[in-house]
Write a protein that binds this ligand. Structure first.
Ligand SMILES: Nc1ncnc2c1ncn2[C@@H]1O[C@H](COP(=O)(O)OP(=O)(O)OP(=O)(O)O)[C@@H](O)[C@H]1O
Length: 242
């Protein structure tokens, strides 16, 4: 059933010959050297590759936090490469949820208030309490970040990201600071958002085991995608450990 839905959907992202050069004084770093990829809507994608191979650079460009130096990039029919700053901000607000390694919660706000920061400005949000229930934290909504474990704080960050029902969830090392069993709980919330909201989920990780939950795995090497693996039978995150 899920694969029919995925096959019929237009791609979430398409990019062609995408390049990113960082210039600092005389120095140039070629972070992306001609990336071609299609990210089908409604899939879970994992990006693997050595440190410095360009994964975060690509994720930031997909999310409209940064711009390519050259190349084409579309989100559905939106031409991201042609957008100015204000348009990119609107694109992010309407379509993208971000999750980073460190949870970036506001310490003086409760879990629910942290989520409400997003639901207050989103176009079609679910309630903050519903988002927290989706990540299994209904009974922690009035707790402050310091009263929550690392895994619980990351689940609040996931709730905050999914509350606006984004088309795409971009996750940069979401389990990087967590132990295996806590990390798996976070991955389960991402899989749940993929299943119930249909969000396309892109996960950067150094943990090769996590690739088993993805529909597709992109292997990065030196600013390029060296290999794409299609996984016909993604496993439930509960089966992953590290
Ligand atoms: N803002 C920046 N200014 C200059 N160089 C940068 C900047 N951001 C990234 N780079 C460089 O671009 C290259 C790709 O970095 P990127 O962070 O995309 O790699 P990565 O695969 O995500 O690495 P990691 O797994 O360590 O996070 C690296 O050489 C990095 O040093």
């Amino acid at each position: 059933m899920r694969s029919d839905f995925r096959d019929s959907a237009p791609p979430a992202f398409r990019c062609a010959d995408l390049a990113k050069i960082y210039r600092t004084g005389e120095t140039e770093v070629h972070a992306l050297r001609g990336v071609d990829l299609v990210i089908p809507a409604g899939e879970i994608l994992v990006l693997l590759g050595p440190s410095g191979s360009g994964k975060s650079t690509l994720l930031n460009i997909l999310g409209g936090l940064d711009r390519p130096t050259s190349g084409n990039l579309f989100y559905r029919d939106l031409d991201l490469a042609a957008m100015d700053d204000a348009e990119l901000t609107r694109f992010r607000r309407a379509n993208v949820g971000f999750i980073f390694q460190f949870y970036n919660l506001i310490p003086s706000l409760t879990a629910e208030e942290n989520v409400r920061l997003v639901t207050d400005i989103a176009e079609k949000p679910m309630g903050a309490a519903d988002a927290l229930a989706l990540v299994g934290l209904a009974n922690r909504r009035n707790h402050y970040p310091a009263q929550l474990s690392g895994g619980e704080q990351q689940r609040v960050a996931v709730a905050r990201a999914i509350a606006k029902q984004p088309g795409v969830l971009l996750c940069d090392e979401p389990t990087g600071a967590l132990d295996s069993s806590t990390g798996v709980q976070v991955l389960e919330t991402l899989a749940e958002a993929n299943r119930t909201l249909g969000s396309t989920v892109v996960i950067i990780t150094h943990n090769v085991g996590i690739a088993a939950m993805a529909h597709r795995v992109f292997h990065f090497l030196d600013g390029r995608i060296a290999r794409v693996e299609v996984n016909e039978a993604p496993i439930d995150p509960a089966e992953i450990s590290w």
